[in-house]
Ligand binder design. Structure first.
Ligand code: FES
Length: 111
């Protein structure tokens, strides 16, 4: 594994999962990485923690992510299907510690 690459596991809404290799030396949020990997994420607000369509569940590796800001927590509070493993992928930046992260895509794919 090269120094600036990590592998994360993504499960889509249909339950299909695959590993993707992600560079950590780019300034992209996890939401942007998922979109670039052709996952269907609306991200209506463009990554401002305002729409929650980028909602994901962290299956593995939650402890290696930065603590969410209040704005993200407030937004997650409005979601009926959010729990303590929920995050907004637009608020997550990955680094080398996140190798092996596993997530499930939850946010709605329709307006
Ligand atoms: S893209 Fe809107 S909350 Fe993340």
């Amino acid at each position: 594994m090269m120094e600036n690459l990590i592998t994360i596991k993504i499960e889509d809404r249909s339950g299909a999962s695959q590993d993707i290799i992600v560079p950590t030396d780019v300034s992209l949020s996890l939401m942007e990485i998922l979109k670039a990997s052709e996952y269907d994420i609306l991200a209506t607000c463009g990554g401002m923690a305002l729409c929650a369509t980028c909602h994901i569940e962290i299956v593995k590796g939650l402890e290696n992510l930065a603590i969410p800001e209040d704005q993200e927590l407030d937004m997650l509070d409005t979601l009926p299907d959010a729990d303590e493993n929920s995050r907004l992928s637009c608020q997550i930046r990955l680094n080398q510690n996140n190798n092996g992260l596993a997530i499930k895509i939850k946010g709605s794919s329709e307006e």
